[in-house]
Design a binder for this molecule. Structure first.
Ligand code: SF4
Ligand code: SF4
Length: 368
């Protein structure tokens, strides 16, 4: 067995707590509780192990990472080890002083999520009254502090109509990058798929808008565009390939090859409290299971894209075909491709049901 290259980035899910309740949240349906979260000393050790392993970037995520009062200490730890630090946040708990403390700690970049442009509608989608207004304030503090800002806009059938305004908002807020990301159907997104699935006409219009905006805003705003898998012809290179570039660590310390990997029942995940990060990355059975190309079925095995998209997404293969080891059905060469297209057409054709909002057993006090 050859030694894998080090990961480019580690994503630390410091907590699953969040004041928002997005119906497409990538966190698992079974959210980890506050009492199970790793403590500051353990996160510091994990960050040091990530640096030792050769990772270059640390992404502080969640849930909402700013609910952790030790965020500044963890950012300072990562920055002190020379790691690039990115905060992935909903922004609603930030204030100007905290942004200043994060800058002092060495934070390099902020990625802020938005649900739309109309405050009432964005608050309805995110499930937090007043959330949109707080996000706008947070974005302005981030820019005023001199931090580069990326806006992340998860899009779906209930907000795609305001895509043009989302792009304009990104420019107005001084973001350098906008991620227009069609929501992914795992976890809460899968549960709410019928409420989120865009129509083919919406998708085509959105793609045209993005292409035109990319030309118009060249040098002003970079727009990343993630298309919905269900309408794709070739799958995305999920996580840049399983166990190749990224790892996720859950609030309680489970090490995952991707944020949705826990949906695959055959996999067992090791914890940073039980074994070193380097050992887990090198030979944990959960990482080895779909690493490289040897696990692949046909048509991937003989396909010249097998080291480009790495067979697509394992969690999607499981969700649609019932077997995580199948070719991602988003691929037009998959024998199950027609099923995913039929699902997209059927779900987008019917009236959207009410959202089944993300929820924890014990919500945060700040929740509306
Ligand atoms: S997707 Fe929404 S609910 Fe989930 S962590 Fe992000 S802001 Fe919170
Ligand atoms: S057959 Fe497999 S490797 Fe080829 S494009 Fe489809 S998913 Fe990718």
């Amino acid at each position: 067995m050859s030694e894998p290259d080090p990961p480019l980035a580690v994503l630390l899910e410091l907590t699953h707590r969040c004041p928002l309740r997005c119906p497409y949240c990538s966190n698992p349906l079974e959210l980890e509780r506050r009492g199970d979260e790793l403590d500051t000393a353990t996160w510091r050790r994990v960050i040091a192990e990530a640096a030792e392993l050769g990772a270059l970037q640390v992404h502080f995520s969640g849930g909402e990472p700013t609910v952790r009062h030790d965020l500044e200490a963890l950012v300072a730890c990562a920055a002190g080890l020379g790691l690039y630090t990115n905060l992935i946040t909903a922004g609603v708990l930030l204030d100007e002083a905290r942004v200043g403390r994060l800058v002092e700690a060495g934070l390099d970049h902020v990625q802020l999520s938005i649900q739309g442009v109309d405050a009432a509608e964005a608050d309805r989608i995110g499930g937090l009254k007043g959330g949109h207004a707080r996000k706008l304030e947070a974005a302005r503090w981030v820019r005023a502090a001199g931090l580069p800002l990326t806006l992340n806009a998860p899009v779906h059938r209930q907000n795609l109509e305001c895509l043009e305004d989302i792009i304009a908002l990104a420019v107005e807020l001084g973001a350098k990058r906008l991620e227009v990301a069609h929501v992914q159907y795992y976890g809460w997104g899968l549960k709410n798929r019928a409420a989120l699935m865009p129509t083919r006409a919406q998708l085509e219009r959105a793609t045209e808008l993005v292409e035109a905006a990319r030309v118009r805003l060249k040098g002003v705003l970079v727009i990343d565009y993630v298309v919905p898998d269900y309408y794709a012809q070739r799958p995305k290179s999920c996580m840049g390939g399983w166990g190749r570039m990224f790892l996720n660590i859950t609030p309680s310390g489970k090490v995952l090859p991707c944020h949705a990997a826990e949906t695959i029942p055959e996999l067992a995940f090791e914890r940073v409290t039980e074994r070193g990060l380097a050992e887990i990355w090198r030979d944990s059975p959960a990482f080895e299971r779909f690493r490289g190309t040897s696990w692949m079925p046909e048509p991937c095995t003989s396909c010249d894209r097998r080291e480009i998209d790495w067979g697509g997404c394992r969690c999607q293969a499981l969700a649609i075909t019932g077997d995580a080891a199948n070719t991602d059905p988003a691929c037009g060469l998959s024998p199950r491709h027609a099923e995913i297209l039929a699902l997209a057409d059927a779900e987008s054709a019917r009236a959207a049901p009410a959202f089944d909002y993300r929820r924890m057993a014990k919500p945060l006090a700040v929740e509306a």
